[in-house]
Design a protein around this ligand. Structure first.
Ligand SMILES: NC(=O)c1ccc[n+]([C@@H]2O[C@H](COP(=O)([O-])OP(=O)(O)OC[C@H]3O[C@@H](n4cnc5c(N)ncnc54)[C@H](OP(=O)(O)O)[C@@H]3O)[C@@H](O)[C@H]2O)c1
Length: 319
C-alpha cells in the first residue's frame, strides 16, 4: 500500500519518478523480479538498436535467449551494434535488418524480407526530436514519418505474421512528454509550426499519437493473442537526449536513468507474464499509468479515428 502510494506520488510529480531515483525506489519498494521468463524460441524485433534505449533493450532480450532482429538504418552502425551485443551476451542469434523507418519504401522492403519469419515481440523504439521542419522522400514531416507512420505501416504489414505467431506483443516506446499535448489531427505534419518551430511540441504530438495508435491496434487485435502496449522510459541518458535537448540534459544529467533502466519496462512488457493478460495499456516502470493528466489533452473518438485514417491514407497500409 505504502509502495503503491509512493509510486503514484512520484509519477504525478514527474521529476522524482522519471529520474533514476524513481527507477531505483520502485525497483526496491515493489521488489521487482529481475529474472524474467526466458525467450528461447521467440523472435524479437527492435528498431533503433544503434544507441540508447533500443540498444539496451536488444541486449536484455538477447540475454534472455531470444532471436533478435536488430533494425538499423545504417549498415556500419548496425554491424557494430550486433558485434557489441554478441560480445556482451554470447547470443549469436542476432541479425541486422536494414530499414529507414522514415521511408515507406524501406519499411515495405523490411516487411517483405520478414515474410515467413515468426514475430513474437515487435518494439517500435526508433525515434527522433526534430530540430527543424524537414520532409522525407515521401513528402512527410520527418518526426511524424519516423515516430508514427513507419511503425504504423510496419505493424500493418506484419499483422498477419503477428497473428500467426501469437501469443505476440507489440510495444510502442512513447514519451512522458506526450502528457503535454493533444493529438494534432488537423496538422499531423506540423505545417502550422513551420515558421515558429518548437521541436519538443512536434515530438510530443507524435508521442501522443503513438499512445492512441497502440490503443487502436489493441482494439483491432483483441482476441487474436497479439497484445499491444505503449510505455515511456522516463528521462534517460542517451545520445538522442544529449543532441536534441542539450540544456535539459545538462541540468538533469546526474539524475538521468541509464539506458538499461530506461529499457527495463520494454523488456518486461516483452517477456513477463502480466502484460500478456491485458492490451492497450500505457506503462512506466512496470505499472499501468494514466494516458492523460490534463483535461485539455483529451481527444474525441472522431480525432482518434481521423488519426488512424490519416495513417492508412498516408502510408497506404493494407488495413
Ligand atoms: N532518452 C529519453 O530520455 C527518452 C525519453 C522518452 C522517450 N524516449 C524515446 O525512446 C526512444 C529511443 O530514444 P533514445 O533516447 O534511445 O534515442 P537515441 O539514442 O537517439 O536512439 C535513437 C535510435 O533510433 C534510430 N533511428 C532514428 N531515426 C531512425 C530512422 N529513420 N530509421 C531507423 N532508425 C532510426 C537511431 O539510429 P541512428 O544511429 O541511425 O541515428 C538510434 O538507433 C525514442 O522513441 C525516444 O522518443 C527517450
Amino acid at each position: 500500500m505504502l509502495g503503491s502510494l509512493l509510486d503514484t506520488v512520484m509519477d504525478r510529480t514527474i521529476a522524482p519518478g522519471y529520474t533514476s531515483i524513481g527507477y531505483r525506489v520502485r525497483h526496491r519498494v515493489a521488489g521487482w523480479d529481475d529474472a524474467l521468463p526466458r525467450l528461447e524460441g521467440r523472435t524479437v524485433l527492435v528498431t533503433g538498436v544503434t544507441s540508447g534505449i533500443g540498444r539496451a533493450a536488444a541486449e536484455r532480450f538477447a540475454q534472455l535467449g531470444a532471436r533478435v532482429l536488430l533494425v538499423a538504418r545504417d549498415a556500419g552502425r548496425g554491424a557494430r551494434a550486433r558485434a557489441e551485443l554478441v560480445a556482451a551476451t554470447g547470443n549469436e542469434d542476432l541479425h541486422v535488418e536494414l530499414c529507414d523507418l522514415s521511408s515507406l519504401a524501406s519499411v515495405r522492403a523490411l516487411a517483405g524480407r520478414l515474410e515467413g519469419t515468426p514475430l513474437h515481440v515487435v518494439v517500435h523504439n526508433a525515434g527522433l526530436l526534430p530540430a527543424e521542419r524537414r520532409v522525407t522522400e515521401d513528402g512527410i514531416e520527418v518526426a511524424f514519418a519516423t515516430n508514427v507512420l513507419g511503425p504504423f505501416l510496419l505493424t500493418a504489414l506484419t499483422e498477419q505474421t503477428l497473428r500467426a505467431s501469437a501469443p505476440a506483443r507489440v510495444i510502442w516506446v512513447s514519451s512522458g512528454g506526450m502528457y503535454s499535448q493533444r493529438v494534432a489531427t488537423s496538422d499531423l505534419q506540423a505545417e502550422g509550426l513551420a515558421d515558429d518551430w518548437d521541436g519538443t511540441v512536434v515530438y510530443a504530438r507524435t508521442k501522443r499519437a503513438q499512445v492512441i495508435l497502440a490503443e487502436l491496434w489493441a482494439e483491432r487485435l483483441a482476441g487474436s493473442g497479439v497484445v499491444v502496449h505503449a510505455m515511456h522510459p522516463g528521462w534517460v541518458a542517451t545520445p538522442g537526449v544529449k543532441d536534441s535537448l542539450p540544456r535539459f540534459e545538462k541540468v538533469v544529467r546526474p539524475l538521468l536513468r541509464t539506458p538499461y533502466e530506461g529499457a527495463d519496462t520494454i523488456v518486461w512488457l516483452g517477456a513477463a507474464d502480466e502484460p500478456a493478460r491485458s492490451s492497450g495499456g500505457f506503462w512506466h516502470d512496470r505499472r499501468a499509468r494514466p494516458t492523460h493528466l490534463l483535461p485539455s489533452t483529451r481527444e474525441t473518438d472522431e480525432q482518434r479515428r481521423a488519426l488512424w485514417d490519416a495513417c492508412v491514407e498516408l502510408s497506404g497500409a493494407p488495413v
